[in-house]
Write a protein that binds this ligand. Structure first.
Ligand code: GDP
Ligand code: IMO
Ligand code: MG
Length: 416
């Protein structure tokens, strides 16, 4: 029996998971998504082609890898089908859990209406309907992909759902769908997706029993986790390692090596605390050099310095075996580089993530910068100050930095 290797985001998402999953997919038979929905945006660059994946696992670009979307994911059939179209025939290479929940257009409308009503307290969601879809799942009023196989019955259930929630939907300005149009929409989804829907849990157990190599692809990041992130400024799923078990039907003993993905600095999209955010000129340089604009929504990402305190929290909660440090090249040209090494809360320095991160101000240590790391493929060829920066981070987070990435390109990757 083999064990499944795991990739998780250690910061606020967009760490570069897609690039590393694509890189590792070359030595794995299956790539599996376990959480999130089309709020995720994973970018992969191969030569002069750039792909943005939202729901389909990043193994899809490797013709030999097969792809599973697990029960922990919320699937918008409309967006999934659109994403599939760029890859031609995926028959035999793509499998969708019958237990994954369906995200429908009304979930996005509810998401957007709630955000509008929150005003300046808005979470800054992607507006894709993620919160309402997971909310329905937990409230036990959601619909699963398996139900798509019987569109008449599913239509009846959705119409009943609208009837029960009529007053709430009216207040939000959301109209009840036309029954006939809804049935047609669901039949259209079924026509495309039915061949891919199955019990992926049993399938995955057999794959592991057969000693095949499996890679589990996380979405979002640890600080966006529903329990372990900066609640309520989080997404609605379990983004950490534990989510890989529940989101695919695995048990903790099925997990192998955990690779945590982190940028050499920090970014966040949406609202909520971000202690090491740099609102000055240096933050702007990070945004410009790192092309820090969202893959899913195009929003500018908030930028700041590597946060070693949040990173230790993430390493522990995920059981990280090695860190992949991404976008080192974005720090090229800085004279000095800051790292948040502690937080000050109520006049005291602390070395852990407090209950309310909004209260924390960063305590920085400064490191000398370097000219150029872009495209470098061995650790020894990195400027000495870049090597020292990496070794210092390793010391602070107590985990090996086994992978270093120096450009978006698949092969500009240092394996130590
Ligand atoms: P994900 O959501 O974690 O998969 O990350 P995103 O794809 O949303 O954002 C990461 C961005 O950084 C993408 O545009 C990648 O192409 C890019 N990227 C990944 N690694 C590197 C790197 O080492 N250097 C640079 N400059 N860009 C990178
Ligand atoms: P990947 O997989 C970065 C953020 C949103 C918002 C919060 C809640 O590409 O790393 P949601 O729509 O999920 O209810 O929004 O979570 N968010 C992400 N930020 N990367 C992501 O995914 C994200 N998915 C959600 O910006 O702050
Ligand atoms: Mg992303």
């Amino acid at each position: 029996m083999s064990k499944a290797d795991l990739i998780v985001g250690l910061q606020w998402g967009d760490e570069g998971k897609g690039k590393i999953v694509d890189h590792m997919a070359q030595t794995h038979d299956y790539v599996c998504r376990f959480a999130g929905g089309h709020n995720a945006g994973h970018t992969i660059v191969i030569g002069d082609k750039k792909y943005a994946l939202h729901l389909i696992p990043s193994g899809v670009l490797n013709p030999k890898a097969k792809n599973i979307v697990g029960n922990g994911v919320v699937i918008s059939p409309k967006d999934f089908i659109k994403e599939m179209e760029q890859f031609g025939d995926l028959g035999g290479r793509l499998f969708l859990s019958d237990k994954a929940h369906i995200l429908l257009p009304y979930h996005a409308m509810i998401d957007q209406a709630r955000e509008r009503m929150k005003g300046d307290k808005a979470i800054g969601t992607t507006g894709k309907g993620i919160g309402p879809a997971y909310g329905d799942k937990i409230a036990r009023v959601g619909h699963r992909l398996g139900e798509l196989l019987n569109p008449e019955k599913l239509t009846e259930k959705i119409m009943a759902y609208f009837k029960i929630n009529a007053s709430v939907f009216e207040a939000m300005g959301i109209e009840t769908p036309d029954e006939k149009a809804l049935l047609e929409e669901l039949e259209g989804y079924k026509a495309v997706l039915a061949p891919f829907i199955m019990d992926t849990t049993q399938m995955l157990w057999k794959i592991l029993d057969d000693h095949q190599k499996v890679l589990l692809e996380g979405a979002q990041g640890t600080m966006l986790d529903i329990d372990h992130g900066t609640y309520p400024y989080v997404t609605s799923s379990t983004t950490v390692s534990a989510g890989a078990c529940s989101g695919l039907g695995l048990n903790p003993k099925d997990l192998g090596k955990v690779t945590g993905i982190a940028k050499a600095y920090c970014t966040r999209v949406g609202n909520g605390p971000f202690p090491s955010e740099d609102l000055g000129e240096e933050g702007d340089i990070l945004r410009k050099n790192g092309h820090e604009y969202g893959t899913t929504t195009g929003r500018p990402r908030r930028c700041g310095w590597f946060d070693a305190v949040a990173m230790r929290h993430a390493v522990r909660v995920n059981g990280v075996d090695q860190v992949a440090l991404m976008k080192l090249d974005v720090l090229d040209g800085f004279e000095e580089i800051k790292v948040c090494v502690a937080y000050e809360v109520d006049g005291q320095d602390i070395d852990y993530v407090p209950y309310d991160l909004e209260e924390a101000t960063p305590v920085y240590q400064t490191f000398p910068g370097w000219d150029k790391t872009q495209g470098i493929r061995t650790f020894e060829a990195l400027p000495k100050t870049a090597q020292s920066y990496i070794l210092a981070l390793e010391g602070m987070i107590g985990t090996k930095i086994g992978i270093i990435s120096t450009s978006p390109e698949r092969d500009d990757t240092i394996i130590r």
